[in-house]
Design a protein around this ligand. Structure first.
Ligand SMILES: [Cu+2]
Length: 427
């Protein structure tokens, strides 16, 4: 009999459904039951339009995304468009932006997409469960003049926990919520293409939609660069070494194929295969160098007008705190009555985050991107989700230019469910 670890290697990758174009016609997304196929195994999950992951939505920068969500679940749901700087009413967050879509009812999301890049959509209702069960999909916004590549490949990292019958484990253990989260025992990569020619230049869009797993990976068979984090182009190319993606984070890569492209987990296994693009044919390698992508229109911060502190507290082995849940921000578990920050539109603010817990946390701000900063306070990467290690601090800087009530929460969804959430108000 195979152990879980061996099974993971044996099963390998799986392919994604064809993309839906959202440019001119509205797309309909129907959350409901779905099977996902990994290797030769069908696993009963949730999905959109009968597929898990949900269909890839693809449109051009500044086009309008129209998506009708028809709830085919037996429970409520909502759809959040992760990383898109959209109007608040379209953000898909109950309490803060809209009511839950009840079974057999629908909601039309309609908003322009101001930034090119790699994004994703997912349930934002009981998300620790609904995302774990498969309610997510890729959302790709193309540049007006996309970079010259032979293939644009979406790679969705996947991690689920199976029960003794090899199906999705429906038990949610208390112990997971207050530790590293609900980590799975079956990992794979869903690839939109599994073949490439030797010499092809490919764009690879890595997405980590898992509820709690931090993926640490490396990729064999590519010579190239990271070109974007969380959808946002890097002003300077970053070499392809060991890659780390917290839950919700994305990395875009542009690289030339020099062999079978193999995604490997580096931690904890030390090299097990998560997915593979196999060689089929050959072409002359390009002589043109790989160039940075054009910047998105994110406003640059002026003088900082407000500073907030965010203390992450709780979890197993953590100190006492004032919240009722397993985790807290600033002694409160769950959304506080007052926002962490109340800003006038356009204010540049900073949030000094301190992780006073024994576990890493990936903190996500809705409706905006923000800059991570280094220890000297210099701005580094533009992101929508930042990973803060145990005992570490991270100060983020953000221009709050998008009016509304925006959630700021841990994207380890087990942690969010057990208290790690707050919000900011922009008026
Ligand atoms: Cu967390």
């Amino acid at each position: 009999m195979l152990t879980r670890r061996q099974m993971m290697v044996a099963l390998g990758a799986a392919t994604l459904p064809l993309p839906l174009s959202a440019a001119s016609v509205p797309v309909t997304l129907t959350p409901g039951t779905a099977f996902t196929r990994i290797g030769s195994r069908d696993i009963a999950m949730l999905g959109f339009n009968g597929t898990c992951p949900g269909p890839e939505i693809r449109l051009r920068q500044n086009e309008i995304l129209r998506a009708r969500v028809e709830n085919g679940l037996e429970d409520g749901t909502l759809v959040h468009w992760h990383g898109i700087r959209l109007p608040n009413a379209m953000d898909g967050v109950n309490v803060l932006t809209q009511d839950v879509i009840i079974p057999n009812e629908g909601y039309e999301y309609r908003f322009p997409v101001p930034d090119a890049g790699t994004y994703w959509y997912h349930s934002h209702y009981l998300s620790y469960e609904q995302v774990a069960r498969g309610l997510f999909g890729p959302l790709i916004v193309e540049e007006p003049a996309p970079p010259d590549v032979d293939q644009d490949i979406t790679a969705i990292l996947f991690d689920i926990r199976l029960d003794d019958t090899g199906q999705f484990d429906m038990e949610f253990d208390r112990a997971d919520f207050i530790t590293a989260g609900r980590l799975g025992d079956l990992m794979a990569t869903f690839l939109s293409s599994e073949q490439a020619r030797l010499g092809d230049r490919i764009r690879l869009r890595l997405i980590n939609p898992t509820p709690d797993r931090i993926f640490e990976i490396r990729i064999d068979g590519l010579t190239g660069f990271c070109v974007a984090y969380d959808g946002m182009p890097l002003p300077e190319l970053v070499s392809l070494g060991n890659l780390k993606l917290a839950p919700a984070q994305r990395i875009d890569i542009i690289a030339d194929v020099t062999g079978d492209v193999i995604l490997r987990e580096t931690v904890p296994s030390g090299g097990e295969e998560l997915g593979r693009i196999v060689l089929n044919g050959q072409r002359q390698i390009r002589s043109a160098p790989i160039a940075p992508l054009p910047a998105n229109p994110v406003p640059a911060p002026g003088e900082i007008t407000q500073t907030a502190d965010l203390f992450m507290q709780g979890g197993a082995g953590g100190g006492a705190h004032g919240g009722f849940g397993g985790w807290a921000f600033n002694d409160v578990s769950g959304l506080p009555n007052k926002p962490l920050i109340s800003a006038r539109r356009g204010e540049a603010v900073q949030v000094r985050m301190v992780n006073d817990t024994a576990f890493p946390h990936g903190i996500h701000l809705h409706g905006h991107h923000f800059w991570e900063t280094d220890q000297n306070g210099a701005r580094t990467h533009l992101r929508d989700t930042t990973l803060v290690a145990p005992g570490e601090a991270m100060t983020i800087v953000c221009v709050l230019d998008n009016p509304g009530a925006w959630m700021l929460h841990c994207h380890m969804l087990s942690h969010q469910a057990d208290g790690m959430a707050t919000w900011v108000q922009v008026s």
